[in-house]
Design a protein around this ligand. Structure first.
Ligand code: ADP
Length: 262
């Protein structure tokens, strides 16, 4: 019986993970699809006669998104890679993606200090965290608004740590993703981090975005707070333990991110 229970729990968590990957890949495919659709509008002279290559791209991205939902039946590697990385480059990259792929009526800006501390983590996963929060912010502003990503160094002292269960004394970086959207009703705010909880219409939301966020942030030793007011907007605050001291990040990583520019 115990073995059966174990198996059921295992299957359940594999299912959750598989859907998590589907969700993540969808977010990766979304900008690909958006660019495929944008190119002919931006460069009509190039694509007006022949856009079948773009159609292939577009259809493949759509099929990929669909397929990924249906056939993923294996779990994501539990532990991500851990390297010392510069969150400011991650934020820059995410800001670039949302500026280029989100609707123009959403104004996006980032405010990140040059001396932002480093974190030890998985760049792809942390990228995912920010993208998921930004996609939700976008969806909360169907009539437009402002999406901001602000980062700061945040030292958690003993008195703060005593008041916040998840927090430990030490250096953190705090990334705040804010929108001026519809806000979250206080009646549902306790449920938004549950897997499969969504208020979005069918086909638009899986309810896995925030549970993926929480899963990744927790596995990095961090925590998330949410502040929201119906009608004026929402802020998600992501706290990640920072790497202290004078550790230098691996050069390769810095190079990779630096390549993307502002
Ligand atoms: P999904 O985006 O697929 O619905 P999530 O787990 O990302 O799944 O979000 C769960 C729910 O939390 C959303 O359906 C929405 O009701 C609410 N929510 C999340 N972020 C925001 C936001 N920035 N503004 C308003 N509501 C939000």
């Amino acid at each position: 019986l115990e073995a059966q229970l174990f198996r059921a729990q295992r299957l359940e968590s594999i299912g959750t993970l598989a859907s998590g990957i589907a969700h993540d890949l969808n977010n990766i495919l979304t900008p690909i699809l958006a660019v495929a659709q944008l190119l002919p509008l931006k460069f009509p002279h190039v694509y007006e006669q022949d856009n079948h290559l773009l159609e292939i791209l577009e259809n493949s991205a759509k099929r990929g998104a669909e397929l990924v939902k249906q056939v993923l039946s294996f779990a994501r590697g539990v532990e991500g890679k851990r390297i010392t990385l510069q969150p400011k480059h991650l934020i820059r990259e995410v800001t670039k993606i949302i500026r280029e792929t989100f609707p123009k009526f959403i104004e996006a800006y980032a405010d990140v200090p040059q001396d932002l501390w480093l974190v030890s983590g998985d760049g792809t996963q942390l990228h995912q965290v920010l993208m998921n929060l930004c996609v939700n912010a976008r969806d909360a502003m169907p009539d437009g608004g402002t999406l901001s990503i602000c980062a700061e160094n945040f030292f958690i002292d003993e008195s703060y740590a005593q008041m916040h269960l998840e927090a430990k004394t030490g250096p953190y970086i705090l990334i705040t993703v804010s929108d001026t959207g519809v806000g979250i009703d206080h009646e549902i705010i306790d449920r938004i981090f549950e897997p499969f909880f969504t208020t979005k219409e069918q086909g638009k939301g899986t309810g896995l975005g925030l549970s993926t966020v929480i899963g990744i942030v927790k596995s990095h030793g961090g925590f998330v707070n949410v502040y929201s007011e119906v009608g004026s907007g929402t802020s998600f605050k992501v706290y990640l333990p920072a790497v202290q001291g004078i550790e230098t990040p691996p050069l390769v990583m810095v190079e990779v991110f630096a390549g993307h520019g502002e």
